[in-house]
Design a protein. Structure first.
Length: 317
């Protein structure tokens, strides 16, 4: 009987994804151009809000940075020694989950501001479109990412223990994945809606600069994959949760479905990054500014290296 090789495309992909997680977080941690941003705005309540949000988010980022170091060291030791003590592995994963939860909790100041603004729109006679936009893409989105997601990550960390059945861990891990996709769908769709409101619906396929029209179908592809694609992926992830509800051991987990979800999410991030490099040229807008310039989760573009091996994996491996 042939012995299974220790190194695999999945493990190498997991190492690269972990390295990307660390490097993107390292870059964000030591990019200090945000300091003083509130003073450049010109003072007032809005600049105070920016100050509070920046400090809160930076505290969370410190914890994500610590978690990325733990993840990278644990993965490197595991591959170098061709194994890791079960108790050590559990401790490392739980620490990363807790620190990641604190990172998302650092966005709670944004949650508070978004809910406050929704209340103002609601009781100030704003138009229905403005109220719905503030509710869906701001208040609800930030509440899920700043409150719901951290709670799920903390529960998952609590459920993950060597002496506890895996059923609870699998359940909360899949729920966490679904919530993360929903957050991306709401936040990124909201950004595209804002771009369309300011530039017009035709901006999705053509831009006009200095009287010269240029075709940009990648905008339409990006909008469609965001507004429709991420929603479809969230629905499929919900179906995966239903199929995995009674899973007791990892070998019974439907790896193909998990791999498809991870692969698709990674391709989404990779496409939006590469499409700007290849097609956009000098085109710049709020979508690119937020997705490429302020996106702390851009490291997910490495996920295809994890998702594809899972998608093609045999159940026995």
């Amino acid at each position: 009987m042939a012995t299974q090789r220790f190194y695999s495309t999945f493990k190498i992909g997991l190492l690269i994804a972990t390295l990307a997680y660390f490097l993107f977080t390292f870059h964000a941690m030591f990019t200090l151009s945000w300091i003083g941003e509130w003073e450049r705005i010109g003072g007032g309540a809005f600049s105070t809000m920016i100050l509070v949000e920046d400090i809160s988010a930076t505290i969370g980022l410190v914890f994500r940075f610590a978690g990325s170091i733990i993840a990278l060291v644990a993965m490197a030791v595991y591959l170098a020694k061709k194994g890791l003590a079960k108790s050590t592995a559990y401790k490392a994963v739980r620490a990363v989950l807790v620190f990641e939860g604190i990172y998302w909790l650092g966005l709670i100041a944004t949650t508070g501001y978004s809910v406050l603004m929704f209340g103002r729109f609601l009781f100030s006679g704003a138009s229905l479109s403005i109220i719905l936009d503030s509710l869906l893409f701001s208040a609800i989105a930030t509440t899920i990412e700043g409150i719901v997601l951290p709670i799920v990550l903390f529960v998952l960390a609590f459920k993950l223990a060597p002496n506890k059945p895996l059923r609870g861990s699998i359940k909360w891990a899949t729920i966490g994945g679904l919530i993360l996709i929903v957050v991306f769908w709401l936040v990124y769709t909201g950004i595209w809606v804002s771009v369309i409101q300011s530039k017009g619906i035709e901006y999705l396929w053509v831009t006009v600069e200095n009287g010269i029209a240029e075709s940009h179908p990648e905008h339409l592809v990006s909008f469609a994959t965001t507004a429709v694609g991420l929603l479809a992926l969230a629905i499929y992830a919900g179906y995966f949760i239903k199929k995995s509800a009674k899973t007791e051991i990892l070998s019974d987990l439907k790896l193909g479905m998990a791999g498809a979800i991870i692969l698709t999410l990674g391709i989404y991030f990779l496409w939006n990054y590469v499409s700007w490099i290849v097609f956009a040229g000098d085109t710049w807008n709020d979508w690119y500014a937020w997705f490429l310039g302020h996106n702390m989760d851009l490291w997910l573009l490495s996920l295809p290296l994890v998702g594809l091996p899972l998608l093609l994996a045999r159940r026995t491996s």
